[in-house]
Design a protein around this ligand. Structure first.
Ligand code: BGC
Length: 732
């Protein structure tokens, strides 16, 4: 048995692409033939090592388990040295020497931390987002990792949900493009390349629609909404060749996602043609018991496996019960073989059977991790993720010679900068704004903490007020702590925590212009700031290069170009609020009480989807169409002329929205269907055109058929979802 894998390899030597595939099939089938039932079940088990857990560590004896062949994959272990050590246990002690697969949550960077995913999405810059994932994969693979639990593509329209920070915002079209870009970045051209890792699109499905924005809560949505809004980003990732899919914690319309054959078989395998393997989320199979879907863990295992979950993440349900289920005929051995084949197939594609240690490379690790080039990429991505929400009287960029009071609990905050799910990121290596500003404008910065992040104490107020009084401008850094975002971090109220808003009011009362720099993981309800601040800069959590990128924007070395990918409500009572809502039968009419509105609040959000300012201004011409009737197979070209009407060069994101005026099912008021980023010099004009084809008009109707329906369509092109020019055509 000693050289069994080498022997199998030698037997399977063939050339050519189909030959390669059949060589792989022969190899894996032969290997499965040699495996005992227990060895097969071992491959379906994914267990955490002793680092970074987000739930119960069910098997502290995981090293013994590896030795006993009970573990096919390990997560939360990295570094070339540590993964080598664990791999050695599997390769030297188990009968068939099947290598382990090492997974990890490499979400927004590995050690070089990029902005949180929501922040990155605000760049609308697909090549840059792809590059961020590429850099992360390069670093992660050099530290022995093979597999990341990303991209997270859950469409989220409720900012109370903490995990809104992990996705690409509220829009399906943009979320699909960003998900696919991340898959390309992680997986590269070939999984067998040493600097690529397998991606895992998650959380399948509709996890972002948790009721009341409470994490892990029930999801009960229409199938049309599932098909039109929540599934397309998964489909985009499957089309991009994503290697694996992770289920979600929630139930969907009564059936937990981890035991849902409709989702996993009908939609994912049959509908989308997914060929890779499916992994559960952290103990989500076990959780089907408290969901009230399974009477006990054994039954949960049967339901999950038969629904199509190939690998059990941390739950040990398969490990404890699959053998009995097979023996009792409740799980077919042929299905187990198929699941194991999918898992081994990824190990094969990664080249692990050729060399199980190929990714645990200390030399490459030293060269790649946090290299100067990676830090440069992270700074670029951070700059592009910043969204300028307000800039009255050109308060920004700061002027030369201004005395700056840098105030607030986030001015010198380090830990929050790398956000949640910051993987192997070391927060001590991130640069806060204070030292960066002291470096860049020496002698001009007067720092005061102002208040703590969460408590109501006003003890530091006086010193802050004094600092403001002695300055020309106040830069006030406010936000929410990183622990208040991400998993299990839902909030019912979305204002600034603790004494932060009253600190703002007190500083505003000094009469000095206040530039607010926000650090947070979700849209906040900040009407007071919007009313009174001179400028507001949304920076999310920008990662390792936070301080540098924020200073670049404040000092005018970078002209901010980010655009919101989530709507900012005025008040929590407006939630859910998103740009592509429906008209209703009684659309808003200020003069008619009996129309769809609030008595105490406008319908409009504080900042709409797609919104963001810069240091220059742009004007748009009206929209011209090359035809007003579109027949089968034709395209309509829609164009606008965009002019930079300001004094500096700037990047604009020209956005195309479409409204299907009458549908067999009612359609949203507008849906993003295209965008282009253009750079314009002062006074420069550019014609921006979009080719609209039938696929862009199609949607899943009541019968769940994807179709474009004849009739009138409104084309809207503009700066953001609430500021567009319009034209109309008809689909015949
Ligand atoms: C999260 C997943 C994550 C997994 C492994 C779970 O708690 O929901 O997103 O990939 O843990 O760390």
């Amino acid at each position: 048995m000693k050289h069994i894998i080498a022997l199998l390899f030698a037997l399977c030597l063939t050339n050519g692409a189909t030959a390669q595939q059949s060589r792989k099939d022969i190899f894996i089938d032969s290997l499965i033939n040699l495996m005992t039932l227990e060895e097969k079940i071992g491959q379906t088990g994914l267990f955490t090592s002793d680092w970074d857990v987000t739930g119960p560590t069910l098997r502290p004896q995981y090293k013994e388990d590896i030795k006993a062949g009970k573990v096919g994959a390990v997560f939360n272990a990295y570094t070339a040295k540590y993964t080598r050590e664990l791999q050695k246990i599997a390769v030297e002690n188990t009968r068939l020497k099947i290598p382990l697969l090492f997974g990890y949550d490499v979400i927004h960077g590995h050690q070089t931390i990029f902005p949180i995913s929501l922040g990155e999405s605000c760049s609308w810059d697909l090549p840059e987002i792809e590059n961020a994932a590429r850099v992360a994969a390069d670093e992660a693979s050099a530290q022995g990792l093979h597999w990341t639990y990303a991209p997270m593509v859950d469409i989220a329209r409720d900012p109370r949900w903490g995990r809104i920070s992990e996705g690409a915002g509220e829009d399906t079209y943009l979320g699909s493009l960003i998900g696919a870009a991340r898959v390309r970045g992680f997986q590269g051209k070939n999984l067998s390349d040493k600097n690529t890792i397998a991606a895992c699109v998650k959380h399948y499905a509709a996890y972002g629609a948790a009721q009341a924005g409470r994490d892990y809560h029930t999801v009960d949505i229409s199938l049309q909404s599932l098909y039109n809004t929540y599934l397309p980003p998964f489909k985009a990732c499957v089309d991009e060749g994503v290697a694996t899919v992770m289920t979600s914690f929630n139930e969907l319309n009564g059936i937990p996602a981890s035991g849902n054959p409709f989702l996993l078989k009908d939609v994912l395998r049959t509908g989308m043609g997914f060929k890779g393997f499916v992994v559960s989320d952290y103990t989500s199979i076990n959780e089907m018991v408290p969901h009230g879907f399974s009477s006990n863990e054994k039954e949960a295992g049967e339901q999950a496996f038969n629904a199509g979950v190939d690998m059990d993440l941390q739950g040990a349900v398969y490990l404890n019960h699959l053998a009995a289920l097979v023996k009792e005929g409740k799980v077919k051995i042929s299905d187990l073989n198929a699941a194991v084949k999918r898992i081994l197939s990824l190990k094969y594609d990664l080249g692990l059977f050729q060399d199980p240690y190929r990714y645990s490379d200390e030399t490459r690790e030293k060269q790649v991790v946090m290299s100067a080039e990676n830090l440069k990429s992270a700074r670029r991505m951070a700059q592009k993720s910043i969204v300028l929400l307000k800039n009255q009287n050109q308060a920004l960029p700061l002027k030369k010679g201004q005395k700056i009071a840098l105030i607030g609990p986030f001015a010198n905050e380090k830990r929050s900068l790398i956000g949640s799910w910051s993987a192997a990121g070391d927060w001590t290596k991130s640069q806060p704004l204070l030292p960066e500003m002291q470096l860049r404008v020496p002698g001009m910065i007067n720092y005061a903490k102002g208040c703590n992040i969460n408590d109501d104490s006003t003890q530091y107020f006086q010193a802050a007020i004094q600092a403001a009084q002695n300055a020309d401008v106040v830069v006030l850094c406010l936000g929410e702590s990183w622990e208040w975002t991400g998993e299990a971090a839902s909030r019912a109220t979305l204002g600034l925590p603790g004494a932060q808003t009253s600190l703002f009011e007190k500083l505003h009362a000094t009469g000095k212009p206040i530039v607010v720099v926000l650090m947070n993981g979700r849209p906040l309800c900040i009407p007071e700031l919007d009313a009174k601040a001179a400028a507001i800069v949304e920076t999310w959590y920008l990662g390792t290069m936070s301080g540098q990128a924020i200073a670049d924007v404040l000092l005018g070395d970078y002209n901010p170009s980010g655009r919101l990918t989530v709507t900012f409500p005025r008040h929590e009572g407006q939630i859910p609020i998103f740009y592509n809502m429906k008209h209703t039968g009684r659309p808003f009419d200020a003069n008619n009480k009996y129309t769809s509105k609030y008595l105490d609040m406008p319908n409009e959000p504080l900042y709409p989807f797609g919104y963001g300012l810069g240091y220059t201004t742009f004007s748009y011409s009206s929209v011209t169409l090359d035809k007003t009737v579109m027949r089968k197979g034709e395209k309509v070209k829609a164009s606008v002329v965009v002019t930079n009407t300001g004094k500096t060069s700037g990047e604009e994101t020209v956005q195309l929205y479409i409204h299907d005026l009458v549908g067999s099912s009612t359609r949203p008021e507008k849906e993003l269907k295209g965008f282009q980023k253009i750079m314009l010099q002062p006074g420069e004009q550019k014609t921006v055109s979009f080719d609209i084809d039938e696929t862009m008009l199609a949607y899943y109707n009541y019968q769940l058929e994807l179709k474009a329906e004849p009739g009138a369509f409104q084309v809207m092109i503009g700066r953001h979802s609430a500021d567009t020019q319009q034209a109309q055509f008809e689909l015949k």
